[in-house]
Design a protein around this ligand. Structure first.
Ligand code: ATP
Ligand code: MG
Length: 441
């Protein structure tokens, strides 16, 4: 192998992004005749940005070509150890040289031979010895076209990689959001289930005792009454005590207090039920569920915020039980209602703040839940990003921007849909559609 202007390392890959005129053209001549090498060498010697390599033996040609990565190959048609056509096929079969332009050099000017050469994949055909100007022009033309193709392919590849990276990043963010939310959901669920369990025991014995207290009080009152009947004139100490404690009032109030204590205990039992219903730690699987129960427990969990001046209108339709993961669906309801509360509480001057929850059957197998608030609404620019993970318009300590993206994922897991309609100053309405009988495993 002979190297003429070998200023660049032939082992390095061809530079792809330099300006066309600055790119080095690398020529490899495969020819057994030393005189041809000398002649071609002479023709190319003074050319700028051109590196010339020579190989006299076919058996070495492929190895040299893969080492120097030529931008054009000048291939002799007849060689002692092989023929030029076979060499062309070998170059075309090799991944490094398969696209490199090949100019066949031959003393044979027969059109049939030329046609055969083109048929097996040569790019050009010159009769030996070619004219210097023509040879240089063809070498430059083919090399440039090859380099341009390489640059184009590299740009496409880079684009594809960038797209792939972007997609991976997107998936990572999605997974991260999902993990955070799953963690939030399970911690909240566990906490609620724990609180419900802790309250449940004491409330049970308060409730149980109340029944006995009720009976005992009735008995004692009857006893006092009997005493009063038998001894209508009590002695002065008893009389003084009766007046002291305001006996008639105490008896009347005691019954009232017992009634309200029972109501209070019943309310605690309801709350415990709702907490358990919300967390549904005991029902992690898809099961036919009462949507209204889910909404009610969610409203109960959020009641401390609703009490700050928001009226909730429940407009419930006649719904069948709906296949769902109840804890996940409750999480969706909570995110949407919480957002509505945030939007309404952010309007200190608004008089009538309202959330309307409407449920209805769409057809035999589909239902919808609509949650509408009369808050400030969602600007169009925000609507397009609403379901993106980490998109929030709230201060750092108030919102993570995960709520709606998780809602979308959960509803998608249920093979349902979630949509928003909103006009500025007319509030926002979120609509969830679900199949009554799910096909999700
Ligand atoms: N009912 C609504 N009225 C007005 N804007 C809303 C309403 N619901 C959602 N948005 C807007 O959508 C954004 C994204 O809501 P999302 O629930 O995904 O996140 P967030 O509420 O900001 O934070 P997070 O739910 O994680 O605490 C909110 O920051 C808010 O700008
Ligand atoms: Mg939210």
């Amino acid at each position: 192998m002979t190297t003429l202007k070998g200023a660049t390392n032939p082992h390095l890959p061809t530079p792809l992004v330099t300006a066309a005129s600055e790119q080095t053209i690398t020529v490899l001549l495969v020819d057994d005749q030393a005189t041809v090498n000398e002649a071609i060498h002479c023709m190319l010697e003074t050319e700028a940005n051109l590196t010339y390599h020579y190989c006299s033996r076919a058996e070495k040609a492929l190895q040299i070509a893969t080492e120097i990565a030529p931008t054009v190959i000048l291939q002799d048609l007849i060689l002692p150890d092989s023929d030029g056509m076979t060499m062309v096929k070998k170059f075309r079969a090799n991944p490094v040289t398969c696209d490199v332009p090949i100019i066949m050099l031959s003393t044979n000017d027969n059109p049939q031979t030329k046609a055969e050469a083109f048929a097996i994949g040569v790019n050009d055909y010159l009769v030996k010895l070619p004219n210097q100007i023509e040879l240089v022009a063809r070498i430059r033309y083919h090399s440039q076209a090859y380099l341009n193709r390489q640059a184009h392919t590299a740009a496409l590849l880079a684009q594809a990689h960038a797209k792939e990276l972007e997609q991976t990043l997107q998936e990572l963010r999605q997974t991260q959001a999902q993990l955070i939310q799953t963690e939030k959901l399970s911690s909240l669920g566990q906490m609620l289930a724990g609180v419900a369990h802790e309250i449940n025991n004491p409330v049970n014995f308060i409730f149980g005792n109340l029944t006995y207290i009720d009976t005992y009080v009735q008995d004692l009152m009857k006893l006092v009454q009997l005493y009063q009947d038998k001894h209508p004139e009590p002695d002065s100490a008893i009389q003084a005590h009766l007046e002291d404690i305001d006996y008639d009032f105490v008896m009347d109030d005691l019954l009232k207090m017992l009634r309200s204590t029972r109501m209070g205990a019943e309310r605690i039992v309801q709350i415990v039920l709702s907490l358990r219903n919300f967390s549904r730690q005991d029902h992690q699987e898809m099961k036919p569920s009462n949507i209204h129960e889910g909404i009610d427990s969610t409203l109960l969990i959020l009641s401390h915020r609703l009490k700050l001046g928001i009226n909730v209108v429940k407009d419930y339709g006649d719904l069948p039980l709906v296949d769902c993961y109840p804890a996940q669906l409750n999480q969706v309801l909570m995110n949407i209602i919480n957002n509505a509360i945030d939007a309404l509480l952010d309007q200190p001057n608004q008089q009538k703040k309202e959330i309307i929850i409407h449920t209805s059957k769409i057809n035999k197998n589909h239902i919808k839940i609509q949650i509408k608030d009369n808050g400030p609404g969602i600007p169009l620019a925000v609507q397009t990003k609403l379901f993106e993970p980490f998109f929030t318009t709230k201060p750092v300590d108030k919102g993570t921007g995960l709520g709606l993206s998780i809602c979308q994922q959960i509803i998608a897991n249920h093979q349902g849909t979630i949509q928003v309609i909103s006009k500025p100053d007319e509030g926002a309405e979120f609509t969830i559609q679900l199949a009554v009988q799910s096909t999700v495993a």
